[in-house]
Ligand binder design. Structure first.
Ligand SMILES: Nc1ncnc2c1ncn2[C@@H]1O[C@H](COP(=O)(O)OP(=O)(O)OP(=O)(O)O)[C@@H](O)[C@H]1O
Ligand SMILES: [Mg+2]
Length: 316
């Protein structure tokens, strides 16, 4: 359904330095599939989501949706395709206009997609019940709602147009754990009912492993590992993926703390403005080889369906 080929977006800062926010990302998402994108803050997850929808333009690379290349569409053609691809943004508090009541905000979107007023009203009521909210929300202002309520409404607004692809950018951030679980169930129900494909962006490895069919692990604008969730949960290969998993909180009292410590990630995310010659993770990697500082490893299919970017696996 969705194919991304070598997508790149670099930003030039006022000091002239370049940030490689998304640096050659490729993957595919099938119908009904949930692909998780996981990585530390600043690794390029939101930029990638925005590039796929062309909310920002890529420097290089292509995005194909249903076989059609959307990176080369003009504005008018893109607008008509947007209906099929929607995004839930990271911050629910800034995704609604504070000066428009919730009912008005949802109606605006319905009208944008050409629905009549009665059609729109029916659609909105139906969606409110799908996301577990009552119709008295419609008269409320965004500031009168909690983060969880707003995020449900943001999801409802995103599925008004019945998209076949939903990009959910950290939809659970800033929500408490019980609301997070409800929202995950809601997203999964909507996905199943509408046969949607989904890209689920998160920095939480535990949630991504639980919720997604496959996972792409990103580091400094690049995919370091890509595999099914079950494969990644039992057989993570990349030292960065292993360190992300080791740093995830666990209730398992038998978890081997020695192993956990050995693979925990040390140091801070490097400065994106500095060009890294070799593997971007090498400065923090306890398994780094001499060539890791010199050349960037390729993303290779080390096991069937399991891709990894690491010299330790390139040499085998
Ligand atoms: N418009 C912009 N101009 C300059 N730099 C930008 C711009 N947008 C993003 N960046 C930079 O690109 C990098 C990736 O940003 P992005 O928002 O995609 O990260 P993220 O993985 O979504 O992080 P988080 O988990 O904190 O949401 C960051 O270093 C960010 O500062
Ligand atoms: Mg983000």
């Amino acid at each position: 359904m969705l194919e991304i080929k070598d997508l790149k977006r670099h930003f030039t800062l006022s000091n002239g330095r370049r940030i490689r926010a998304v640096d050659g990302v490729s993957f595919q998402v099938q119908k009904n599939e949930i692909l998780g994108i996981v990585g530390e803050s600043g690794c390029g997850k939101s930029t990638l989501g925005r590039l796929i929808l062309r909310l920002i333009e890529p420097d290089e690379g292509q995005v194909f949706f249903g076989g059609e290349e959307i990176t080369s569409l003009n504005r008018a053609a893109l607008r008509s395709r947007r209906r099929t691809m929607q995004m839930v943004f990271q911050n629910p508090f800034s995704s609604f206009n504070p000066k428009i009541r919730i009912g008005g905000a949802l109606m605006e979107v319905c009208r944008y997609y050409g629905m009549s007023v009665p059609e729109a009203k029916e659609k909105i009521n139906c969606l409110l019940s799908d996301v577990g909210l009552s119709s008295d929300m419609l008269n409320r202002w965004p500031r009168e709602l909690s983060g969880g309520q707003l995020q449900r409404l943001a999801i409802a607004r995103a599925v008004i147009a019945e998209p076949s692809m939903l990009i959910a950018d950290e939809p659970l951030s800033a929500l408490d754990v019980s609301v997070q679980a409800q929202l995950l169930n809601l997203l999964d129900d909507l996905r199943a009912a509408r046969s949607m494909a989904m890209i689920f962006i998160s920095h939480d490895m535990t949630v991504v492993e639980y919720f997604c069919d496959s996972i792409a692990v990103m580091y400094l604008g690049k995919i370091m590992e890509l595999a099914s969730s079950s494969e990644l949960s039992h057989n993570a290969l990349h030292p960065y993926t292993r360190s992300l998993k080791a740093s995830a909180p666990s209730l398992d009292v038998f978890k081997d703390s020695a192993e956990e410590k050995a693979s925990s990630v040390y140091g801070e995310t490097p400065n994106l403005q500095v060009l890294i010659k070799g593997c971007p993770f090498a400065p923090r990697c306890s398994h780094a080889l001499p060539q890791c500082a010199e050349t960037l490893p390729r993303l290779i299919e080390f096991l069937r369906g399991h891709w990894v970017r690491c010299h330790r696996f390139s040499v085998c």
